[in-house]
Design a protein around this ligand. Sequence first.
Ligand code: F6P
Length: 598
Amino acid sequence: MAEKLPPGLICACLIDRNRSAAPAAAKQTKAIAEKIDAETVMGPPPQGSIAYTTPWQALKEHVKEIDKTHLRDLLAEEGRTLALIKEYNGIYCDFSRQRVTEQTLELLYNLAREAQLQQKIDAMFKGEKINTTEGRPVLHVATRARRDQKIFVDGKDVVPDVWKVLDKIKDFSNKVRSGEWLGVTGKPIKNVVAVGIGGSFLGPLFVHTALRTDLTAGAAAVGRRLRFLANVDPIDVARALDQLRQEETMVVIISKTFTTAETMLNARTLRTWLTTELGEAAVAKHMVAVSTNIELVTAFGIEPQNAFGFWDWVGGRYSVCSAVGMLPLSLQYGFDMMEKFLMGANDVDDHFARAPFESNLPVLLGLLSIWNVSFLGYPARAILPYCQALAKLAPHIQQVSMESNGKGVDINGKPLPFDAGELDFGEPGTNGQHSFYQLIHQGRVVPCDFIGIVRSQQSVYLKGEIVSNHDELMCNFFAQADALAYGKSPVELRAQNVPDHLIPHRSFTGNRPSLSIMLPELSAYQVGQLLSLYEHRVAVQGFVWGVNSFDQWGVELGKVLASKVRQKMNETRTGNRKINAADAFNPSTMFMINKYLE
Ligand code: F6P
């Protein structure tokens, strides 16, 4: 575990503020408090990290108890196991393969109360400026609010503004899809290229990938192509434009700031691609933008009526429900389909805001991740959808989670005495099984999220076969979680006559935690639910760890250095000279840039 111990604990943290805890948990908390009491000095109440509090210390002690158990035995307790399967509006979350007991959960609820989790959730929904380093509210939930909801920023209800943009998207996408809006040569628009990066790309790509093979969404998109261009790599440009004809193509430039270097360069590249073929008039008919910075959109040459706004209280990685996702996806699938997606996300938002911790799925997901990372010491998490349509879930959640919680200081700027965040990665099953599952089964312990769908978007039944392709997929979904939990012991292997020298190689320790999420189907509504579930899980983790999950200063330094290299490269190219000591690069960078320029 990467935790650093506090220099000294202070008496006020010993007051047990969690009077509603279960007796066992309370008893343990009290015992720890007494132990700490003997070692600490009197002083003012702690303003510091959650790691210096009694509930945190109680959980640390509790690890010793859990280490005495094996998931094999925990799963045998029927009462515990069934109690750990939670359901909300068709979503089943099975937490029984987490290394937890009822007492662990009680201790985690204590921790959540200590961290004022409910108050922080309330503050987010109330539009308080909880992104303190940028002085902004965090209101992606408003981008999927129902028309009758009220959400305030600085005393102003923002829901009418949200719906004004959504209505504009509806109107515009209907016009394009019906052929009322034509390209500059009079041809209907069939293709959309969405240009954006990071949060202005990964969420829309995830949703598009999820909906492409849904029968209803797919039917609405027949004859249409939606492509994404994120990377500044000319290979990505070539692939995005492959076989597209300018006169049938609309380019959507998506950038919250409208300053991101890669997006702006790609925007200029695509404007040239359009205007070289169709002339300057093409910009008005073939280029639209999504941004919070309408001034820069206009300066780029896109008319304000072709710009779709959003607000600084929507973080980039949380922006897929704003025009960032809604415009390109409505052009592809129609607004009505995408409204279902919004309502799915809104449904889980409501649940998150109101449900008690014990039945609140994002809260449980978040607390159990904290347990795995901060107490059991597992720094990574695998996101493993047994559904090809969710192939882009892991890349999207990588950004949502790692850009949000990958922080070194707490919200007050104090160094964290533990490592926050986790390393997220994943691939759809069963493909991942033939790739990195070896490490997960016999190498490092990586808590896994298994995601399965009851009714597939597609069905393939081969004549004479009882098990369909989807059944086969789901057999693996069920089997993997148990394989990780139970493992295989030398005794079992001997009983199967496995030769002695192979027993160490073929043994599985088991006791490897996972959780399973099962959705009834994967239509636009469930995609919205899943998105909201994961977004709020990340927020719960950040709220409890005490970090600001809504800024991203860590990506700035690389951008600044790239801009210096760009400037120097321009100078050397125009001045026909090499990079030299006066350019103030280290010998390695100087050597490599000169090699590149040669
Ligand atoms: O580099 C990271 C980041 O700042 C993300 O947070 C953001 O989603 C992305 O860049 C793109 O920014 P923009 O939408 O302003 O182009």
